[in-house]
Design a protein around this ligand. Structure first.
Ligand code: PMP
Length: 304
């Protein structure tokens, strides 16, 4: 159970946490078309800051555009509302969840002229896959569920309904004693986790899945940049599940999951069975940036 904070921003004003309700005939609740974001605010040496706020706001607008939901606010207003949500709740480190959804009005699949509504909530959230996973790595399985086909779901959008697939895969993995699921695409190549992008390291080359049936992760983009700065060769290329098994290192990235090493997949040890040197170097660099300890990447932080 998450810990309530004071207020949630809804359609331009703050309402008390306990009163942040919607009508039961809210269209998105029935048919799943809504767009959302996951953003983190970190406490650093010089105060709190939001990591890559502009990119998250841009992706929220892109998701809404893909879903043909016309945003009733502009990007500046949403970015401001995100910052205000952190401030009003006096949170120094938190996870932030903007949601754009189709409100109450017509029912049936066609949403008609139902209002497009926007909410922004924030709460305290620790390591998504657990502190131990961040340090020692997690155990994953390849899911029996397939990730989205590019013409079934448009995965450049972070659309709520797509996460039914993630929930099914996550539950299956957890029920079988794993921390996370890795999904293959409809052609059988590795795509991503239920809420993370995936990277492998083999013979010094960092590989990640290309932007086809995956979400264009902002952490993924950050890690690619950090690797390039360190002269680590990076390939955005398809790979198979057995290529993961024989990789020297595997890790996943996401706003919630941050940079979590993978120590085992489908009961096969990855590399030495513990986080490898490239994973650890990138993880260290990532955490230094988000905590405001790397002046070269201050541009990725928006002070609260
Ligand atoms: N893939 C999926 C399916 C996700 O839900 C997420 C989390 N938003 C990611 C990848 C990683 O994206 P980001 O790094 O922008 O959080």
């Amino acid at each position: 159970m998450l810990e309530p904070v004071d207020k949630i921003w809804m359609d331009g004003k703050f309402v008390p946490w306990a009163d942040a309700n919607v009508h039961i005939l809210t269209h998105s609740l029935h048919y799943g078309l809504a767009a959302f974001e996951g953003i983190r605010c970190y406490k650093g040496k010089t105060g709190s800051a939001i990591f890559r706020l502009r990119e998250h706001v841009d992706r929220l607008f892109e998701s809404a555009h893909i879903g043909m939901m016309e945003m009733p606010f502009d990007r500046k207003q949403i970015a401001g509302a995100i910052l205000d949500t952190v401030r009003v709740n006096r949170l120094d480190a938190c996870y932030i969840r903007p949601l754009v959804y189709i409100g109450y009005g017509a029912m049936g699949v066609h949403p008609g002229n139902n209002p497009i509504r926007v909410a922004i909530a924030a709460w305290k959230w620790g390591a998504y896959l657990g502190e131990d996973a961040l340090v020692n790595g997690m155990r994953a399985r390849v899911s029996s569920f397939t990730r989205h086909h590019v013409n079934v779901s448009m995965t450049r959008g972070k659309i709520s309904g797509y996460y039914v697939n993630s929930i099914l895969a996550k539950r299956e993995a957890k029920a079988d004693g794993y921390d996370e699921a890795i999904l293959l695409d409809p052609e059988g190549y590795v795509s991503e986790g239920t809420g993370e992008n995936i990277f492998i390291v083999r013979r010094g080359v960092l590989k990640t899945t290309p932007l086809t049936s995956i979400l264009e992760g902002i952490t993924r983009n950050s890690v690619i940049e950090l690797a390039k700065e360190r002269k680590i060769p990076v390939a955005e290329e398809r790979f198979t599940r057995d290529e993961m098994y024989v990789a020297d290192e595997v890790f996943v990235t996401g706003t919630a999951a941050e940079l979590t090493p993978v120590r085992e997949i489908d009961n096969r040890k990855i590399g030495a069975g513990k986080p490898g040197p490239i994973t650890l170097a990138l993880q260290k660099a990532f955490f230094a940036i988000v905590h405001g300890e790397d002046p070269a990447h201050e541009g990725w932080l928006t002070p609260v």
